[in-house]
Design a protein. Structure first.
Length: 226
């Protein structure tokens, strides 16, 4: 049996630490709430929560509402009663009341919502619909973008170079891309942020850097209720 690659082992290491931090944050917020604890997972999937632990959700009476932009992006998993699925624009959740949830969770989503104005709208909704949140995203200044892991520094190249590279090589989970429109769509739909932008988007949150050596690999905006 082949051994996991170094990239896979590092990815698993960071996921494990990230999931531990998330559980600790949830438990700290859970202690402040009587009755069932409600989490809104913006842009998520049910199968992601297998990492966090279904038993963890059950033991702490936690219900997760997964909200995604289209029905195709929602994955029902085993249909466990701890989950609800909803279609909605996470930058404009007009049907969700202020503080309707106890906590918002978002994992590697804000980089996909569009330009900076859309990112600001996403951040406003995160802060509006719950008093606490956990928002994780890859850091622009880390030399490997997890969306294009085959080529370090890819995301720092000029846009006109990047779409040409995507047309010729498989740099991410798919490819080579079949058309310029396909390549540009993926590039324009994946815009990383850095620490300064995260602090601007979430000014009252604590920004936690997940580090590899001295470099911040990803950023987490964490907020607890007052």
């Amino acid at each position: 049996m082949s051994q996991p690659s170094l990239r896979s082992r590092l990815s698993r290491h960071f996921r494990t630490g990230r999931d531990r931090f998330l559980r600790e944050l949830i438990l700290a917020e859970r202690a402040r709430v009587e009755g069932r604890f409600h989490i809104a997972d913006l842009g998520g999937r049910v199968d992601y929560w297998g990492r966090v632990g279904i038993d963890f959700l059950i033991a702490n009476d936690i219900h997760v509402t997964v909200i995604n932009q289209t029905a195709d992006e929602l994955y029902a998993g085993d249909g466990h009663e701890r989950f609800s699925l909803a279609v909605g624009d996470c930058c404009a959740l007009d049907d969700v009341a202020d503080n309707q949830f106890d906590m918002v969770h978002s994992n590697s989503v804000i980089e996909h919502v569009g330009g900076y104005a859309r990112k600001q709208a996403f951040a406003r909704e995160v802060n509006r619909i719950a008093p606490a949140h956990y928002v994780q995203t890859p850091n622009f200044w880390f030399p490997i973008d997890p969306h294009w892991p085959v080529m370090p520094f890819f995301h720092w190249l000029p846009l006109l170079w990047r779409w040409r590279l995507l047309m010729r090589f498989k740099l991410g989970w798919g490819g080579p891309h079949r058309s310029i429109a396909h390549a540009m769509g993926d590039l324009e739909g994946t815009v990383l942020v850095d620490g300064a932008q995260m602090r601007d988007l979430f000014p009252v949150s604590r920004i936690r850097a997940e580090r590899f050596a001295l470099l911040a690999k990803s950023l987490i905006a964490a907020r607890s209720r007052a």
